[in-house]
Design a protein around this ligand. Structure first.
Ligand SMILES: Cc1cc2nc3c(=O)[nH]c(=O)nc-3n(C[C@H](O)[C@H](O)[C@H](O)COP(=O)(O)O)c2cc1C
Length: 375
């Protein structure tokens, strides 16, 4: 059972601690352990403020509703991705193997976790490349911090024959970690250089703190055309880092922008950017809300990790299947024959999400007044 395997991982880890584990590898295992133990952050993602409008007479056959999409040149069964989670310690290989196999079987996308460890230590490359071995045709994304060098970016892409590269921004997490980075100068110029160096599309992503309109504008000016807003409301890396170091927080608890707000702020700019909605998405309804708002892709990390570790590969496969089936049902209920139609259906934005957006000058009434017959 994978749950037992992970138990062994941690027993093994604790035995080995102090002997040979590198700091980064140790941290990767602690992140996994704490992500499994802790609940989602206490502040919501904002998606419960978004209401797709029910259509009682949709004039559609359920079996004709098409959830598929084209993303980064590949046809997927649905706009859904297993977001970056792990790799870099020998005992994480099985997680990437199972996640990639499930993604391949279901026809969805997957990102591996940060490949930094494998750039310095050849022996752990297999913990990432295993994803490509078991999912030869699927859409796989490489992952590194946005401060990596262009050469490192090229190596990460090559390591898994990636279809795209995620560059993560995680400033709150870095500054809360005693061993974290402190200098973030030059990151935008570095992102531009990497975009011009690698031959695959680059997604700049947050890890649960969201992105403001100002950040999206700055990234766009740097040449970024794919953004994962990675908003607040799900996996909480402030809580994870505090638990890891046994510290109390007096400054950053709840920091970040809710995912729904981030997505709508970014979309409001009307720029040529494909947005990934992630951070606290937990259901087919959340996926439908994000796609109706205009996201090109949805992603989840914590829930897929929990399904796999707690229930095994079968449970992971089931949770992906249920998410896609649920999306198809909601598409039927909104009268959407395909994802493009869903993105044009009315949604009503209420509550704190509406209040935030109004205060920031983002018009939300047009979403509610979209014609339900428009396709
Ligand atoms: C155990 C764990 C490790 C993660 N490691 C990475 C990473 O290496 N790189 C990255 O960009 N994001 C990483 N993330 C962040 C996720 O990709 C995602 O942005 C975040 O968890 C929010 O999504 P969720 O609420 O669906 O979990 C990690 C998440 C988890 C749970």
């Amino acid at each position: 059972m994978p749950g037992e395997v992970l138990g062994n991982v941690f027993r093994h880890y604790f035995i080995k601690t102090g002997e040979w584990l590198l700091g980064r590898q140790k941290r990767k295992l602690e992140h996994l352990k704490l992500a499994l133990e802790l609940s989602d952050g206490v502040y919501p993602s904002g998606f419960s403020d978004i209401f797709p409008v029910h259509m009682s007479a949709p004039e559609l056959n359920y079996s004709d509703v098409d959830t598929s999409c084209l993303y980064m040149g590949k046809r997927l069964a649905a706009p859904l991705m297993i977001n970056a989670i792990t790799g870099g310690h020998p005992e994480t290989a099985w997680i990437n193997r199972e996640l990639a196999a499930a993604a391949g079987q279901a026809g969805i996308a997957m990102a591996v976790g940060s490949q930094k460890a494998a750039l310095n230590d050849y022996s752990v490359r297999e913990t990432f490349s295993v994803a490509r071995e078991v999912n030869s045709d699927g859409l796989l994304l490489a992952n590194l911090g946005a401060c990596c060098t262009p050469g490192e970016a090229l190596s990460a892409v090559e390591m898994i024959a990636a279809d795209g590269l995620q560059l993560h921004l995680n400033v709150p997490q870095e500054i809360i970690m005693p061993e974290g980075d402190r200098n973030f100068k030059g990151v935008l110029a570095n992102i531009s250089t990497i975009i011009n160096t690698v031959s695959v599309p680059v997604i700049v992503k947050e890890v649960g703190f969201g992105m403001s309109r100002e950040t999206v504008l700055a990234l766009h000016a740097a040449g970024v055309r794919n953004i994962d807003v990675g908003g607040r409301g799900g996996t909480d890396f402030v809580a994870i880092e505090l638990s890891r170091t046994n510290k109390k927080c007096f400054d950053m608890e709840g920091w970040g922008i809710p995912t729904a707000v981030s997505l709508l702020e970014g979309l409001s700019l009307g720029l040529e950017i494909d947005f990934v909605a992630s951070g606290g998405l937990r259901s087919s309804l959340d996926m439908a809300r994000a796609l109706a708002a205009g996201a090109a892709m949805t992603a989840m990390a914590g829930p897929f990790l929990k399904s796999l570790v707690e229930g095994g590969a079968g449970e992971l496969e089931k949770s992906i299947r249920y998410l896609i089936q649920g999306l198809r049902k909601i598409m039927l209920l909104t009268g959407s024959a395909n994802i493009r139609e869903l993105s044009r259906k009315p949604i009503v934005i209420t509550g704190p999400t509406a209040e935030w957006l109004e205060r920031r000058g983002v018009s939300i009434n047009s979403y509610a007044r979209r014609s339900h017959t428009e396709v």
